[in-house]
Structure formats: structure tokens, C-alpha cells
Design a binder for this molecule. Sequence first.
Ligand SMILES: Cc1ncc(COP(=O)(O)O)c(C=O)c1O
Length: 412
Amino acid sequence: MSKLAINGGIPVREKPIASWPIFDNKEKEYLLKAFESGEWGKLSGKMNDEFERQYSKFQQAKHTITVCNGTVALRIALFASGIGPGDEVIVPSYTFIATATSVIEANAIPVFADIEYDSFNIDPESIEKQITPRTKAIIPVHFGGAPCNMTKIMEIANRYKLRVIEDGAQAQGSMWDGHCIGTFGDSGTFSFQSSKNMTSGEGGAIVTNIDSIAEAIYSFHNCGRRQGSPWYFHFNMGSNYRLSEFQAAILLAQLEREENNIALRRENASYLLQLLSDIEGIEPLVYSKEVMSSNYLFIAKYDSDKFCGLPKAKFISALNAEGIPAMEGYPFPLYKQPVFSEKNFLAKDCSPKERSLYLPEMNYKDLYHPNAEKACKNGFWFPNYLLHGSKKDIETVAEAINKIKCHLPEIK
Ligand SMILES: Cc1ncc(COP(=O)(O)O)c(C=O)c1O
């Protein structure tokens, strides 16, 4: 076996597994249509309307409202569920920052819960431990595209009368127990940012089955207007979070092939699972039978002891050098991010004393969630586009890991 690529050897693969994003003439055709129509904004064009209709069908939801990204989608969803000052919202400590900062933006209080080490998703038992009389909502995140245990989460939410907003930024088309994610609770949010399974560069959407929530979302994303009311009437707080017609045009084309893409990723994910399960020290996540994942990420745990103590960061660099895209994942749980540990919630440069006045009851610095800590230490991710290759491409992933294993003494 040749020298490791990280040490100047020939990589296992020289060509990328798949190019990203995936597009063809459909995107061009719809973009041109939007362009030539001269109606480039959401309120006068047809692309957003059509995408909202199609996406509702895809997500088995009554309403979809497109918005400009997955971060504001969360903030709007919180607003529509009536979350505000003094309300505590339970979020996982292993997720993208927006899940937690959107709660701050809604003037509410993020309270972190630990995750399950089996699925890297929020742990229902940990949710229940965080509930206080001020708890108003839970934001489960369907991490990597794999749905949370929505049966247990909805049981807890119903028992304590909590609102549920699903963060499905990574989980377009995913299902829990045969039911599309997004409408188990009040609403579900999605991201179409450039790495997501369906993308328009930036973009987002919110789905709901509840008419009054849909009305509130519409109003908040359109400057506090109400449908059918005069243009300069603003009934409540809101802003301009509308998606452009060009982005909606691209999303319409992306949506048309998403079912096939999900099927391809699922098939390749199960092949990769089979191949990696044979490698000591690599343990792919295995989900419960209710999970139908969109496979935004393929997640595995790395045991450095089985790789002669090779640190995860070095392992990932060696894998990347062999031509295999892989990521280390989050460096630490969200409560260790300076925005939380230092309570840097205000835009202005303020003193530690001023900072401590904000959410004085919260001390994020002292939190320690064993599973989230372990997930950050040992977890690593393969991106969605790796699952768009052929069977032979998938085999090169195992080949590269085995090559690294055979050359461990050579890695410094
Ligand atoms: C779990 C999660 N929530 C929210 C977001 C925010 O979405 P956006 O980047 O579109 O604002 C992301 C994006 O990466 C995400 O992964």
C-alpha cells in the first residue's frame, strides 16, 4: 500500500466523489422564467407560491411559508408560538448555534439539554430534567437529518403543556415513525443554505398544520402585515424575511429530484454503514427503526485508542488528504461557546458586570453534559455529497480508513 497522502503519497482518490451543489438545466429553466417574468419579489411573483404548495405536499404539511434562512425561520416560529421575555426554551447542547441564539433573539431564555450518545439527538430524559414553571417550549433538532424520538418528546410536551418547534434545518423529507418531521408540534423550520440537501445558496421555510400559527408566521416574515390588508398597515412586530423569486425558482427544481436523492443517499448510507462496521475504532451511529433519515450527514464515532492514539483532528486531516471529505464536527457543546459562557448577548461592547445583568439566573459556564461532550470529542461527519457517489466511490471511504490504519506509525 502506497505512502499516506498526508505524507506526500498518492491519495486513494484524486477525483472528488461528487460535485456540489447538484443541479441541471431545470434550475436554469426556472431561474430564467423568474428573470423574464420581471416579478422578482415574493409578493408579486409565482415561484414562491408554487414552491410553498409543492413543499407542503413533500412535507405532508398544511402550510409552508418560505423565509430568507433557517436561522430567522426559528426566530419567526418562536414568535408565532407566543414565546417571549421570561420564557425558557429547551434546546440540545449539540447543534448549530442558531438553534440556541434564535431563542435569545426572541427575548427568551435558552436552557440546554444533553443528547443521547446513540443518536446525537436531544435526550427526552434530559429534557424532562430541565423543565421548570417557566419552561414554555422545546426545540428538538433532527440532527444530521435523523429525526429525534418525537413520540417521547410529544408525550412530555403534552404532559407539561409545552410548545414544540422542530428544527429540521438538516432534515428535509425525513420521517419519524412514518410521519414527516415538522408538524408534530406547532411548526417545523428548514434551511436551504448551501450545504443543505436542497439548496438555493441561502433560504429557509417553516411548515405548520395550524392556521393561526401560519397567519402569525406570514405576518412576522412580511413586516407585520396581514394577508389581504392594505400595504402600509402593520399590525404587530415583524420584519422583511421574504425569500426572492430567484431562490424559490432554484428550490422548485431542487425539490423535483429530492425524493430520488434521498433514496440514493439512503442506499449508499446503508452500504457505508456495513463497510465501516467492520473497522475497529469506527462506530457509525445506528438509529432506531422509526427513523427515516434524509442523510444530510453520515455520523460515526472515532476511538483513537484503536488508532494507536491518533487524535481525531489528525485522522480527519489524513482522510481528507486521501480525497475523502470528512469533518470533525462541533469542537465543544454550545454552552462552551463564548456567546453563552461569556453571555455576549448584546451587540454593544459592555463590561462583564453589564453582561451579567442579562439572564442573571443562567450560568452557562458551569454546565457539563457528558454525552454532548463525548459527541464533540469522538463524533465525526461525512457530508451528504459523499453519499451521491457510486458503490465503488463508497468503497474508497473504507479503503482510505484502512490505509490510514496500516500506516499509523508514520503519522506525526
Ligand atoms: C440545526 C440547524 N439549525 C439552524 C440552522 C440555520 O440555518 P441557516 O444557515 O439557513 O440560517 C442550521 C444551518 O446550518 C442548522 O444546521
